[in-house]
Ligand binder design. Structure first.
Ligand code: ADP
Ligand code: ASP
Ligand code: MG
Length: 405
């Protein structure tokens, strides 16, 4: 059986952790499995490297940032391979390019185009445990790229897909996917299973436990994922296509504080305005999330939308010229907001989920600024200062007095 195992930063943070990982890996190897291990940089290494870059040049090019950040994973693959070597098992470590990860050239958020698997296959044929650096690849110019924060999850799922692995195990510092972030909500409960669609929404809505691109890829190539802890040997959460899923209305609540709200006030209320605005935003490669347009009054209207926090400035800049031209009253953005969401396929067939969420937020005196829904999620935008309290009351409403609907 071929298994892909991925270990996040906290799982390889120090020598003791590295040996613990080596133990988990070799246990599975001894059972006769072929093992590909994907690792992230140790502990806070990636953040520390970003800080080092800032000291030298806060405006460093993305190419050089990728060159720097890829070093973090280079350290951990070598250390893990050394630990496995010391335990007497055959092992080889490979950087992204050696493992055949070809990406496009969007430095700092590159996309995997293909994985050339010859080298990995050759190493597995030699019975080696193969340790691969997550988060990195190489572009057509032969330059190092990285996949974006949290990208090692995607490296692991991509390898599991092309190698046709039995399962992709994502080892982290919690033992599964919970009904809310278990570090924040004390009585959050662990889920045995969650569907790709639910997990994709959750990951996109701020639950950091899996990177959203990895879930997207797992769904596309039907890779079964298990999220589990490297510290405790208990079964984790399976992410897969809906099978005999638990009948839960809501699976999880999530918080995302990486949000900026852009407001355009007093724009002419004529046809084509939304197109003019959002085509400019798209051209600037900015993803828009929630959009709200007010009813026109006095021949003008307001348009508000959300983008990632670090894109607020760029969004305003992209619109400045147009806003001046048509003479809107004001354009501004603020990052003092948070998005709180609930996710679950069960709400598709249950009316009243959104209103229950609004009710408990109202009871808690938390004002809702924007709302967005899909079949399987409800998101609200609120003031950042209320974020933790909001998750807590929403979680309590759906998980404590269980399904009062
Ligand atoms: P790694 O370094 O292993 O990639 P991450 O820090 O990226 O780990 O992701 C794990 C973290 O995700 C957990 O420590 C937890 O605080 C957070 N998290 C947020 N929402 C959830 C959730 N619903 N279930 C489990 N973990 C969550
Ligand atoms: N080391 C990278 C990061 O911190 C990639 C990862 O952990 O998945 O974002
Ligand atoms: Mg992660």
């Amino acid at each position: 059986m071929l298994i892909v195992q991925k270990f996040g930063g906290s799982s390889v943070a120090n020598a003791e952790c590295v040996f613990n990982v080596a133990e988990i890996v070799t246990e599975k190897y001894k059972e006769g499995n072929k093992i590909i291990v994907v690792v992230s940089a140790q502990g806070d290494t990636t953040d520390d490297l970003i800080e080092k870059a800032r000291e030298i040049n806060p405006h460093a090019s993305r190419r050089e940032m990728d060159m720097l950040l890829s070093a973090g994973e280079q350290i951990s693959i070598a250390l893990l391979a050394m630990a496995i070597e010391k335990m007497g098992f055959p092992v080889v470590s490979l950087l992204g390019w050696q493992a055949g990860f070809n990406t496009n050239s969007t430095y700092s958020s590159a996309r995997i185009k293909r994985i050339q698997t010859e080298r990995i296959k050759a190493e597995l044929d030699k019975n080696n445990i193969v340790v691969v650096a997550g988060f990195q690849g190489v572009n057509r110019f032969g330059d190092i790229t990285t996949l974006g924060r949290g990208g090692s999850d995607t490296s692991a799922v991509a390898l599991a897909a092309v190698m046709n692995a039995e399962i992709c195990q994502i080892y982290t510092d919690v033992d599964g996917v919970y009904t809310a972030d278990p570090r924040k909500i004390k009585n959050a409960a662990k889920l045995d299973e969650i569907t790709y669609d639910e997990m994709l929404e959750l990951a996109t809505l701020g639950a950091q436990v899996l990177n959203n691109r990895s879930v997207e890829m797992a769904k596309k190539y039907n890779v079964e994922i298990e999220v589990l802890s490297s510290k405790s040997r208990v079964p984790g959460t399976k992410v897969k296509e809906a099978a005999k899923m638990e009948k839960m209305l809501i699976k999880s609540a999530a918080k995302d504080t990486n949000v900026a709200r852009v407001m355009i006030v007093g724009i002419p209320d004529v046809p084509g305005v939304a197109f003019q605005i959002f085509s400019r935003i798209a051209k600037a490669h900015i993803n828009v999330d929630i959009i709200l347009q007010s009813v026109g009054r006095d021949k003008t209207k307001d348009i508000t939308f959300t983008v990632a926090a670090d894109k607020g400035n760029a969004a305003v800049a992209a619109l400045k010229e147009y806003i001046d031209m048509v003479g809107a009253k004001e354009i501004s953005f603020d990052t003092d907001v948070a998005k709180i969401s609930i996710v679950g396929a069960g709400m598709e067939t249950h009316e009243g989920v959104a209103s229950r969420m609004f009710e408990v937020l109202g009871d808690a005196g938390i004002n809702i600024q924007m709302i967005s829904t899909s079949e399987i999620k409800v998101s609200v935008l609120i003031e950042a200062k209320d974020a933790d309290r909001a998750v807590s009351v929403v979680h309590a409403a759906f998980f404590d007095d269980s399904l009062a609907l």
